[in-house]
Ligand binder design. Sequence first.
Ligand SMILES: Nc1ncnc2c1ncn2[C@@H]1O[C@H](COP(=O)(O)OP(=O)(O)OP(=O)(O)O)[C@@H](O)[C@H]1O
Ligand SMILES: [Mg+2]
Length: 258
Amino acid sequence: MSLLSIHNVRKQFGALFALDDVSIEFNAGEVVALLGDNGAGKSTLIKVISGTYIPEEGEIILAGEKIEFPTPKAALEAGIQTVFQDLALCDNLSVVANLYLGQELRKSIFPGLSFFDTARMRRRATELLVELAVDLPSVDAMVKDLSGGQRQSVAIAKAVNADCRVIIMDEPTAALGVAQTRKVLALVKELRARGMAIIYVTHNMHDVMEVCDRCVIMKNGRKVGEVATSAISKEELANIIITGEMKTAATAPIQLIA
Ligand SMILES: Nc1ncnc2c1ncn2[C@@H]1O[C@H](COP(=O)(O)OP(=O)(O)OP(=O)(O)O)[C@@H](O)[C@H]1O
Ligand SMILES: [Mg+2]
């Protein structure tokens, strides 16, 4: 059984079908690339899954249960975390403060009187970053002083810290150099090994080949098809994204998964 299923989702903006009868299955321990040219509907789909948009039609099933996401908060509580491109980290707070923002650990002094348990948050944050092999000067470093790759890693670690089952990443390496990209991709692999379902939105075919198990291709709000990454080349994939047709330039049909 899939961890997360999207069934026949339609989302309209006026007369425009931003998502038109889209169905996708996402499995635990799998990285799925969500691909498509500008305007294909990728961001709209992410926003439906993360509770920002309510679709006109269709259903979302998480771990066998139909869920409705009236708010982003409800999606978060169901264990769906999104790492948006603008990251939503607080620049003027430390790494540990960002990791625990809104879910601070407290210690009780007397009944009814509690304080933030800074020592425990620092200890847990350090452990988490070591486990995820995220390389940082210190958990006390200010986020504004980190590199792009380190910031992206903190944003991902924050999602993991919130105990998620599904993590959606919107172009996580778009602003990164080669070495930083490599580290973020290693982190994605670590999350996969932990059994999370990862939805990876990207325009970068190198990332797809490196870290994604399966590719879902969209165009004009519709799902064009899907393919195992191992069954296709970068060039073929780029061609499908542009043409919206599930066949290679050499006209050989590609083995579809669904
Ligand atoms: N809030 C909105 N109001 C009206 N139209 C919208 C809105 N959001 C998206 N659209 C339209 O829906 C379609 C899908 O947009 P979407 O942002 O999902 O594409 P995308 O695949 O994320 O593209 P990109 O790669 O450029 O980010 C586009 O035609 C877009 O103009
Ligand atoms: Mg987008």
